[in-house]
Design a protein around this ligand. Structure first.
Ligand SMILES: Cc1cc2nc3c(=O)[nH]c(=O)nc-3n(C[C@H](O)[C@H](O)[C@H](O)COP(=O)(O)OP(=O)(O)OC[C@H]3O[C@@H](n4cnc5c(N)ncnc54)[C@H](O)[C@@H]3O)c2cc1C
Ligand code: SF4
Length: 190
């Protein structure tokens, strides 16, 4: 049994401070990836900073016609949003291509972007995996590598990014706004 602290953040600042105060902490969204990895022993956070009560569950249309998608918008709500379906159908379709209805009801936009690879060697702590334990080797290179990368891989890792939604966001030139104790910055989704 691994023990860990649990903090429910009431504001963005509180979340960032709690995260900084616990080295080895993880933010908790819908938990559909993180909690699975904790059960497998792949993730061993010292603390979970629950961000699900933060007011980031809205899709907002901005004056320039672009969309702002909160990190806590559930995957189902994003895919079904009339403005997304109408103006950015590739995004809606990409989200619907992933997982199942039950999972999409729980999963958040932020968690979807930051989900870890579904490479089976990454998820099995008895196997070598450079991504999980740098320098241990890559089980997939000489093992089962169906669905692994054909382009853009490295000597160390041939895993693909697991998120269908991320592919659409990259193709649409989306930007991600990141918040931390040092303030706000923006990076390209790609
Ligand atoms: C059986 C199964 C099949 C699946 N099939 C697909 C598929 O076909 N296609 C696909 O794209 N996905 C698939 N998924 C993955 C699913 O989309 C993800 O599990 C889900 O989107 C993760 O969202 P979450 O909110 O539950 O994230 P969590 O599990 O809560 O978090 C995932 C990661 O993101 C971090 N995080 C979460 N929220 C934030 C935040 N606001 N700020 C900073 N960090 C954050 C967490 O710390 C963690 O590292 C599948 C999952 C399962 C279990
Ligand atoms: S491809 Fe290799 S290094 Fe990458 S996640 Fe899978 S086993 Fe790990």
């Amino acid at each position: 049994m691994e023990s860990f602290a649990y903090v429910r953040a009431g504001s963005l600042a509180e979340a960032a401070e709690a995260f900084a105060a616990h080295p080895g902490a993880r933010y908790l969204g819908g938990g559909t990836n993180l909690v699975d990895l904790m059960k497998l022993g792949v993730e061993r956070p010292t603390a979970l900073v629950d961000v699900t009560r933060l007011p980031l569950d809205r899709v907002t249309e901005l004056p320039d016609g672009s969309l702002r998608i909160g990190a806590l918008v559930r995957n189902s709500d994003l895919a079904a949003h009339p403005r997304v379906r109408d103006g950015w159908p590739a995004l809606s379709q990409a989200v619907l291509a992933g997982a199942s209805g039950q999972l999409r009801n729980a999963a958040t936009t932020g968690g979807n972007l930051l989900q870890r690879t579904r490479c089976p060697y990454f998820q099995d702590v008895s196997k070598p995996c450079n991504k999980r334990r740098p320098g241990s080797g890559c089980g997939a290179r000489d093992g089962v590598h169906r669905d692994h990368a054909v382009l853009g891989h490295s000597e160390q890792c041939i895993a693909t990014h697991p998120s269908d939604m991320a592919v659409a966001l990259a193709a649409l030139d989306a930007e991600v706004e990141l918040y931390g104790t040092a303030g706000v910055r923006r990076v390209a989704a790609a």
